[in-house]
Design a protein. Structure first.
Length: 242
């Protein structure tokens, strides 16, 4: 059973959003030179996954939502990469992939949604070859807003400021996804057999703001860099681990 009672399915980023570019710029240098097989757990529509086409000979996207996998397949068809990329339907409890088949496993803001985060990580470890690279991002507790929203009583607007800062017991009662401190995701990965090598926070992309002068000004000033200098400027924590 999930330990957060109101877990909701995540909504993948769409093509053109800044979060996709930020993740790609930070993750790209961490990847080995073009190598074998990438497994992207929680690939959604593939908007993030397909940004790594040039790094891998084969890519497997895994997701639990059939409609997202259909969108992923259509984009692969449009790009003509059907021989290189495939989608697999699975929820993370058991991945229909052989042991040690992946050189790199990625998972972008997915762990917070799965029913059992430890079981999902154990499965990711199983399909990753010895010495392979895991890259995950999870929501950052110190961002000013709960990025996935929450089901607060009497409040129709679910992006109430500082809900993410509430004590875990209260946050998890109302929030639609888990949320993590830096030390929490590092400890969880170690518990599940990984050794983190690189940890950073990704600056809020502000994709939820309407395109306009305010968003452009914020992106040029406080939210300019890909890596956040202050915890409260970041929406995600990124960890690379072996």
């Amino acid at each position: 059973m999930p330990d957060v009672p109101h877990l909701a399915t995540g909504r993948p980023a769409e093509g053109g959003q800044l979060i996709l570019e930020r993740r790609s710029r930070v993750v790209g240098p961490l990847l080995p030179a073009r190598t074998g097989h990438l497994v992207d757990f929680g690939c959604g529509n593939g908007a993030q996954t397909l940004r790594f086409l040039d790094h891998f000979d084969a890519i497997t996207g895994v997701d639990v939502v059939v409609e997202q996998l259909d969108a992923f397949a259509r984009e692969c068809l449009r790009l003509g990469v059907g021989e290189q990329v495939r989608g697999v339907l699975a929820d993370g409890t058991v991945l229909p992939l052989p042991d040690g088949c992946a050189d790199v496993v990625t998972s972008f803001t997915v762990l917070e949604h799965v029913a059992d985060e430890r079981q999902a990580l154990r499965e990711l470890r199983r399909v990753l070859r010895p010495g392979g690279l895991l890259v995950v991002t999870v929501p950052n507790r110190w961002w000013l807003f709960e990025t996935h929203g929450c089901n607060l009583p009497l409040l129709s607007w679910n992006r109430v400021p500082l809900v993410s800062w509430w004590p875990k017991r209260l946050h998890d009662r109302w929030a639609r996804a888990r949320i993590y401190r830096r030390r929490e995701i590092v400890a969880l990965l170690r518990e599940c057999g990984f050794e983190p090598e690189y940890v950073t926070r990704l600056t809020a992309p502000l994709d939820v703001l309407p395109d306009g002068g305010l968003r452009r000004w914020l992106r040029r000033s406080l939210f300019r860099d890909d890596r956040a200098r202050r915890p409260w400027l970041a929406t995600e924590i990124l960890v690379a681990a072996r």
